[in-house]
Design a protein around this ligand. Structure first.
Ligand SMILES: Cc1ncc(COP(=O)(O)O)c(C=O)c1O
Length: 485
C-alpha cells in the first residue's frame, strides 16, 4: 500500500474508514461480553470531546504543557484517595494496565539493585491467576517469575505457597484485586504481611478491580481489604480505561511514597537532543487519554459510579443465578465484582462460544491452565445489564445445541504428533503449517466457528501454545496484498 498521490476528500475517506469496521464486534448493542467498557453514548460523547481537545498536546515535557502535568497529578491524586492512600502516595498516568505493571516490576527490580546488591537474579512471586502482564514485564526486564498455585475452588492466591516460593533473590510479591479470569480478590492482607515479614515489596494489581471494588463495597458487596489501607502494600495499578469508562490508554501506577517511585523514572543525557526525563515508558504522549479520563470522572461523578456499581452488582448476581440454573454449567470461583467465569463438565465450552456467537453474542473463551479448566468469561457492562435474561435463555439453548458436537479430530492428531516428538517447547514450522491448514486458518484469517482452533490450543502444553501464538501473530501482521481492499 502507498500514500495516495492526491489526498482523498473527507467524505470518501471516512466512508472507507467506516467500511473497515465491517468485520468488527458490534459492541454498541451491549451483546459483547469482553474487550469493551461501555457506559452508553452520552458519557462516550464527553470522553470523545475531551480526548480530541487535548489530542495534540504532548506530555513529553510536563513543563511545556502544565495543563497535562496538572491533569496527571489530579488523576493520580484521585486514584490515591480512591485506594486508601495518604498524601505521601505518588504515581503516574500510563497507557494501560500492562505499562503500569511493567513500571511496578521495573521499580521493584531497580529498588532491589539499589538496596540489595546481592540480588543478581531478581525474582517476583506471582500467583498463577495474576495477569499475563507480569510475565511480559518480567520477560522484557530480565526478571524471573516464581509462579505459585491458587486454591482450586476459590481461585485465590495460596499464601503458604507464596511463602515457600520466596528466595534470597525475591524482590516483590504480587496479588490481584480482582483477577481477570475468576474475578476474585487475593488475600491481600496476608500477602502484604508476608512481604513485610521478609522486607519485600508488594504490588496489588487493581487494573481491573481497583476502580469499581470500592463502589461495589458501598453498594453492599462483601469486598475484602485490598488497597493502601493494608500495611505492607507498596504499589498498585488501576486502570481508568476499564470500569471508569475512560478512553483506552488510561491507567495509573501508584507507590506508597516517592522514595520507591524514583526507581521508575528514567533520564538520559547521553545524546545530542532535547532533555529527556521520562516518568513512564512512553516518551511522546498525547494529552487525549488524560483529558478523557479526567472528563469522565468529573462527568459521571461519585454518585454516578455508585449507581452504575449497584446496577452491575444486581446484574452480576442475576447472571450467576441464571448460570447456576443450567445444570450443565458451573461457576469457577465466586465473582467479587462483575466478571464471571463458568465451565462445563459435559459440554465443550468452545462449541458453546460458537453457538453463542451464532445467536449474536460475543463471549470470551479462556484456556485451561493448571487448576483452572477451560471456561467462558463474561464481563458485565452497564449496557449489557438489560440483556441478562436473554443471555441466559440463549446460553440454555446453546448448551442444548453444543451437547452433541464432537471434539475436533485435529486435537488427537496434534496430541499424537507431540507425543511422538517427546518434550518440546516449540512447534516445528512444518507441523505449524499442517496444523493451520487442518484448522482452516489461511492468511491469518480465522474460521467462523473457532471451536476446533480453541480445542487444539487448549490441548497444547502452555509453552507450545505460546509458540503457536507467536507464529500466528508473526503471520497476521503483514503487508496487505497489492490491490486488496
Ligand atoms: C487484572 C488485570 N491486570 C492487568 C491487565 C492489563 O491491562 P491492559 O490490557 O490495559 O494492559 C488486565 C486487563 O484486562 C487485567 O484484567
Amino acid at each position: 500500500m502507498q500514500i495516495p498521490s492526491k489526498g482523498l476528500d473527507k467524505a470518501a475517506l471516512f466512508q472507507t474508514l467506516e467500511a473497515y469496521r465491517a468485520g468488527d464486534l458490534t459492541w454498541r448493542d451491549g451483546r459483547t461480553w469482553a474487550y469493551v467498557y461501555d457506559p452508553g453514548e452520552e458519557v462516550e460523547a464527553v470522553v470523545k470531546q475531551a480526548f480530541t481537545m487535548f489530542l495534540s498536546e504532548n506530555a513529553l515535557d510536563p513543563t511545556a504543557f502544565p495543563s497535562l502535568l496538572r491533569l496527571e497529578n489530579e488523576l493520580v491524586s484521585i486514584a490515591a484517595h480512591h485506594l486508601g492512600g495518604d498524601a505521601a502516595v505518588v504515581g503516574n498516568f500510563t497507557s494501560g494496565g500492562t505499562e503500569s505493571i511493567f513500571l511496578a516490576v521495573k521499580t521493584a527490580r531497580d529498588h532491589a539493585r539499589h538496596l540489595r546488591p546481592s540480588i543478581t537474579r531478581p525474582q517476583i512471586v506471582v500467583p498463577e491467576t495474576a495477569h499475563a502482564a507480569f510475565h511480559k514485564a518480567a520477560h522484557y526486564l530480565g526478571v524471573e517469575v516464581a509462579l505459585t498455585p491458587v486454591d482450586p475452588v476459590s481461585f485465590k492466591a495460596d499464601v503458604a505457597a507464596m511463602r515457600a516460593a520466596i528466595t534470597d533473590q525475591t524482590v516483590m510479591l504480587v496479588g490481584s484485586a480482582v483477577s481477570y479470569a475468576h474475578c476474585v480478590v487475593d488475600p491481600i492482607v496476608e500477602i502484604a504481611a508476608l512481604a513485610q515479614e521478609h522486607g519485600l515489596l508488594c504490588h496489588v494489581d487493581g487494573c481491573m478491580g481497583g476502580f469499581l471494588l470500592p463502589y461495589f463495597r458501598r453498594a453492599g458487596a462483601a469486598v475484602p481489604d485490598f488497597d493502601f489501607s493494608v500495611p505492607g502494600v507498596t504499589s498498585m495499578s488501576m486502570d481508568y480505561h476499564k470500569y471508569a469508562f475512560a478512553a483506552k490508554g488510561a491507567s495509573v501506577v501508584l507507590y506508597r511514597d516517592r522514595s520507591l517511585r524514583r526507581h521508575q523514572i528514567y533520564a538520559c543525557s547521553q545524546w545530542t537532543g532535547y532533555t529527556l526525563a521520562n516518568a513512564v515508558l512512553q516518551s511522546t504522549r498525547s494529552g487525549g487519554p488524560m483529558a478523557a479520563a479526567w472528563a469522565v470522572l468529573h462527568y459521571v461523578g461519585d454518585e454516578g459510579y455508585l449507581a452504575i456499581a449497584r446496577d452491575l452488582l444486581a446484574a452480576t448476581r442475576a447472571l450467576c443465578e441464571g448460570i447456576r440454573g443450567i445444570p450443565e454449567l458451573r461457576l469457577l470461583g465466586e465473582p467479587e465484582m462483575n466478571l464471571i467465569a463458568f465451565t462445563s463438565d459435559s459440554v465443550d465450552v468452545f462449541h458453546l462460544c460458537d453457538e453463542m456467537r451464532a445467536r449474536g453474542w460475543f463471549v470470551q473463551p479462556q484456556f485451561s491452565f493448571h487448576r483452572s479448566r477451560e471456561n467462558i468469561h463474561l464481563s458485565v457492562n452497564p449496557k449489557s445489564v438489560r440483556w441478562i435474561d436473554a443471555l441466559v435463555t440463549d446460553l440454555r439453548a446453546s448448551v442444548a445445541a453444543a451437547r452433541s458436537l464432537p471434539v475436533s479430530p485435529v486435537v488427537g492428531m496434534v496430541q499424537a504428533a507431540l507425543a511422538a516428538m517427546g518434550p518440546v517447547s516449540e512447534i516445528d514450522p512444518g507441523l505449524m503449517r499442517q496444523l493451520m491448514g487442518a484448522l482452516g486458518i489461511g492468511d491469518g484469517r480465522l474460521p467462523e466457528r473457532m471451536a476446533a482452533v480453541n480445542q487444539v490450543l487448549n490441548a497444547l502444553p502452555p509453552a507450545v501454545r505460546e509458540s503457536v501464538l507467536v507464529e500466528y501473530m508473526n503471520d497476521l501482521y503483514t503487508q496487505p496484498a497489492e490491490g486488496e481492499a
